[in-house]
Design a protein around this ligand. Structure first.
Ligand code: ATR
Length: 277
């Protein structure tokens, strides 16, 4: 029987998930479909309640439904509970199960793209305190990072995030980002600064350590101004596309029964899409 999954969001037109999962379905010769569904916020609960009757094995969830998806689930795994949002749902004996694979996606990509990043015995600096930052901080803490310095334009959000994760996470004013990130081994931009149509991130990186790794989760454009400057300085850089590709792995395995590979071929396919080729 054809296995079916989808991604829901509002809006959903720009989601790259169908291209990622479609590539894997074709690669592994699986009898399955993966579509995108525009679901209005007021219809999320009804949509999720109808998964089984629609013949769906589960779905990915993107903005603005990640919190509603968690609330609607009967079973929530540790990552979804810690992050407070769900991006991957599936049915198990009729029960709706929820996970958040963003932390897995971020950490797996980091390990592949900057091996040895965790050998640098230094704090991690995280810019931003939104949903993506929550997932990334969770992943970093699970990996054993001992000090995370958070900077956010709206300081209260950084304080709240730090409080919810405990003493290894400290919030500092946005204006102190340059000075307090100097000795960081890893600098991560989780804000939307640097994204196409947004302003670039205003942060001088001249004083960063020579062995620092700079990560941006923005992937349109693939090479943000931050990454271009870090590369020019000779630092190791990690772009945002890898996180998007790796976060899709657990869902595909759950719905379709094969753990898929993130290959250069898949990456090239999505890069071509981003670059409008
Ligand atoms: P996501 O779920 O992708 O993390 P989000 O929750 O909307 O999205 O978070 C966006 C992040 O980008 C926030 O940290 C936001 O800062 P605020 O909490 O102050 O809004 C940050 N951000 C967006 N525009 C910004 C700007 N012009 N300057 C600094 N930070 C900005």
């Amino acid at each position: 029987m054809t296995k079916r999954a989808c991604v829901i969001g509002w809006p959903i037109e720009h989601s790259r998930s169908p291209a990622i999962h479609g590539h894997w379905l074709a690669t592994y010769g699986i009898d399955g479909t993966y579509t995108k569904e525009a679901v209005r916020p007021e219809n999320v609960r009804a949509f999720l309640a109808s998964l089984a009757s629609c013949g769906l094995s589960g779905c990915n969830v993107t903005a603005p439904h990640k919190q509603a998806a968690l609330a609607a689930a009967d079973h929530k795994d540790a990552s979804a509970l810690a992050i407070g949002a769900a991006n991957t749902l599936w049915l198990e004996s009729g029960r709706l199960c929820a996970s958040n694979t963003d932390a897995y996606g971020f950490m797996t990509n980091l390990a592949r793209s900057a091996p040895g990043w965790d050998r640098i015995d230094a704090p991690v600096a995280v810019l931003g305190a939104g949903g993506a930052a929550r997932a990334i901080v969770h992943g970093l803490l699970e990996a054993g990072v001992t000090e995370i310095r958070l900077f956010n334009r709206t300081h209260g959000r950084a304080e709240e995030l730090a409080r919810s994760y405990g003493p290894r996470v400290k919030a500092y004013p946005w204006s102190e980002r340059e000075q307090r990130a100097r000795d960081a081994g890893l600098l991560i931009n989780t804000t939307s600064l640097g994204m196409v149509h947004a302003e670039p991130l205003d942060m001088d990186i001249a004083a960063l350590r020579d062995d620092a790794v700079v990560v941006d989760i923005v992937y349109v454009p693939l090479e943000t101004d931050l990454l271009a400057r870090a590369r020019a300085r000779g630092l190791r850089v990690v772009d945002g596309l890898g996180m998007l590709l790796y976060q899709a792995v657990p869902g595909f395995e759950t719905w379709f029964g094969v753990k898929p590979e993130v290959t250069p071929e898949l990456r090239a396919l999505i890069v071509a899409d981003i670059e409008g080729r």
